[in-house]
Design a protein around this ligand. Sequence first.
Ligand SMILES: [Mn+2]
Length: 276
Amino acid sequence: MQNVRAIFISDVHLGTRGCQADRLLDFLRHYESEYLYLVGDIVDFWAMKRSIHWSPTQNTVIQKVLRRARKGCQVIFVPGNHDEALREYSGIAFGDIQLINEVEHTTADGRRFLLLHGDEFDQVTRYHKWVAVLGDIAYNTLVWINTYLSRLRRRLGRPGYWSLAGYAKRKVKSAVSFIFDFEDSVIHAVRERGVDGVICGHIHAAAIKDIDGITYVNCGDWVDSCTGIIEHMDGRLELVEWIGHAIPRALPGPEPETDANEEQAAPLPAAASVES
Ligand SMILES: [Mn+2]
């Protein structure tokens, strides 16, 4: 168990088959914190309208969070678009969990971060909801196919975990430009608020990077990338990719995704294949 100052997670999508509750639980067991921020799309009420997949492990996740809150960890829940019904209750606390649509967090080294889920900066969900619904179904299908692929990989003795949805997202150019558009509009909006940075989620693409003097942090997700952000006691933020232990990462730099590395990654990229 490692003591950290804060944990930031988003896009857990409890209630869906894609939710990797076991990995999240393992991650939570590894870190003890003073603050736990749930940055939206924690419970997927949207997908649950179609079908509900609620496993005992998903229950354990909820119990673990409630237990932390009871034991003095400050748990703050910023709702997302998949749990937007909760947005009406912004400002109130249920149990020991604070519900709030936008909140500021000051790191130990004094940097002010605005926390929001981020769907308001996603032009697709905002103006073309039906595209988002189709994308959502396509994405869930990819995640679903991936569970069979993982089984096949295991049978073939291939080590590690490989994400088809993650692979598709990296490969599809429009998805890449979508991510840049999203980041740009978040940064643009946050600059006017006079904060040092922003911590969001929504696009399932974890990141910590400086964009024109603003620190852009995205918590990632627990559907295919299994990523979260931790704040160390000295205020340093770290992106953690969890595969039973944290994958050691290089310091954040520019996104390496260009045409140049397209061939070398195909057909089965080994990037995520770490011995576990
Ligand atoms: Mn979202």
